[in-house]
Ligand binder design. Structure first.
Ligand SMILES: C[S@@+](CC[C@H](N)C(=O)[O-])C[C@H]1O[C@@H](n2cnc3c(N)ncnc32)[C@H](O)[C@@H]1O
Length: 237
């Protein structure tokens, strides 16, 4: 990818998600054979929510994780979903109904969250971290808004750790998905960007180190489904 300024990269990412906002729910479950939702549920189960918690879902997109979290925190808890794409948030807001009174969505950049320090029991990010142009800035913000002892959980697509899966995975991500997406979306930009963003995301050991550098402790790495997804769990303080 050519060298771009951070602002240009943010705009590039916003344009990508604006262009696929109405199709992303279908495409992500179609391309992952429904595994995306299973992985989100795994993240939610790792948080061991008991009800009443205040959770912030960063890069909430169309809110798929936020809605799962809202069921766990119950009526006395709350979920705030933030994203910097108004088109993605528009799709999330369409899903709100009387049973989701504990969820709210707002426009916010992960690198500059508009919440006070020590506000949340948990902060989550699903399939968002690799799109953020300054990983450490976003992690420092997640750390800042977490209450002491609060939990951070990040689900991300990662290159497979199982070497037998790699050749098939590479063809699927770099050839099959862009080809099918081109037919549906009439552009290959978003699904050419996807595998490249996975490839350029820090390796799990490196991401663990960045989390620790940003102040997190008890960092645990859960590699799932041949390593094509990874959940990073950490704690503030
Ligand atoms: C793959 S989508 C989100 C998926 C969603 N979390 C889910 O589980 O379905 C990635 C989202 O990250 C958002 N994003 C990327 N960079 C961001 C930033 N700096 N601040 C806020 N949102 C950002 C994009 O707008 C996009 O909606």
């Amino acid at each position: 990818m050519e060298i771009m300024s951070q602002r240009n990269r943010d705009t590039f990412v916003q344009e990508i998600f604006a262009s696929i906002a109405t199709d992303i729910d279908f495409l992500s479950s179609f391309f992952s054979f429904g595994l995306d939702q299973r992985w989100r549920k795994k993240l939610v189960s790792l948080l061991e929510l008991r009800g009443r918690e205040k959770v912030l879902d960063v890069c909430t997109g169309t809110g798929k994780l936020a809605f799962l979290l809202s069921k766990k925190v119950g009526k006395e808890g709350s979920v705030s979903g933030v994203d910097f794409s108004k088109e993605m948030l528009g799709e999330a807001e369409k899903k709100l109904n009387s049973r989701s009174s504990n969820i709210s969505f707002a426009l916010s950049d992960a690198k500059d969250l508009n919440f006070s320090d020590n506000s949340f029991d948990a902060v989550t990010v699903a399939f968002g971290m690799r799109n953020i142009t300054d990983t450490a800035a976003a992690l420092r913000e997640a750390y800042r808004v977490l209450k002491p002892g609060g939990r951070f959980c990040c689900l991300e697509l990662t290159p497979p750790t199982d070497r037998r899966v790699k050749p098939l995975y590479t063809v699927y991500c770099f050839k099959v998905m862009p080809f099918i997406a081109m037919k549906v979306l009439k552009t290959d930009v978003p699904f050419n960007y996807l595998p490249r963003s996975i490839k350029s995301f820090p390796a799990s050991d490196e991401f663990k180190r960045i989390l620790e550098t940003c102040g997190f402790s008890e960092v645990t790495v859960h590699s799932i489904t041949f390593g094509i997804a990874t959940i990073f769990e950490a704690r503030k303080g």
